[in-house]
Design a protein. Sequence first.
Length: 378
Amino acid sequence: MRNSRLVTLAAVGLLGGSLAACGDSSDSSSDAAGGPIVVKASDTACEVASASAGAGTSVFTVTNGGNKVTEFYVYAAGDRIMGEVENIAPGLSRELHVELPAGSYETACKPGMIGKGIRSAFTVSGSAAPLTADAKLADATASYSRYVKSQTEALLPKTEEFVTAVKAGEVDKAKALFPITRTYWERIEPVAEIFGDLDPRIDGREEVIEEGMEFTGFHRLEKDLWATTPDLGKDGPIADQLLVDVKEIVVKANAETLSPLQLANGAKGLLDEVATGKITGEEDRYSHTDLWDFNANVEGSKAAIAALRPVLEERDAALITTLDTEFANVDTVLTKYRDGDGWKLHNQLTPADLKGLSDAINALAEPISKVAAVVSQK
């Protein structure tokens, strides 16, 4: 879950007081004509060089001049995520390639990677042929949609099993089902995150309380299951709501028509998930089952790249060769921590173990960050 991180209450207060502090975005410079749109992010501002663009692929170059790690989003109505780039460390820049049809949107920077963000309006006008007018890109999105369907077909019954065990007070069974169930969720999380508050309801960590939300979903049940003295007596409604929310995600995810750029950005986003939650142990902080999620994120990223493979082989064969090598390297490093049919617990790994995993992910993340630009080539 990407919208909640470990930040101080002071940082939350600063963000809340700066929601309207966006920089001037009235400049309709040449950025709107198809060049990169410069975004200057800081801890208190989000200056987007243009408030408009033509339909088609927009490229935002986001530079973080603040002291906190930040994220950048483009939202459609209802906080539907059209594109995002996260993990932008202070002093660094990242690019976001996003396909936008004509309509009204909002851009947002999220200092500290928390809250609703510093937002401003963004308008897209005109028309453009979609990227899926390319037959191979159309095939890629269809292939990935089949993958999403296969994962949701497993996610729903496993969630039902997990919820049933929780409600029956079967602690050991629920604990065993927790990481297995979440595997199917973590593989497709970039799709699940598109739909507003559904993701934090299902997968929000305890910090969502700081954002004014109730702490529910997988991680609330995780906390109660792994308490010193587990007490599931009051968790029935939480478990029931988790199942309702997962059912809604399953329907929406299977009905969603994705842009090829969402596949490319999602492949990178899943690695960011590993870097910000799994490596640190923040994600599954009570159960320490982070490596199940880690592996699932890598598998989901690999599936997105596999769907795009014919396009990448045609446009940048060297890139796909590098990706194959780095995915294999991650698999080799991660396999060291296999434990039967599952994985070692995060708290069983040494700092050196975690550094090795982090180095492998970083080596893979660099070439994956280039995929979106290749996909958006005309």
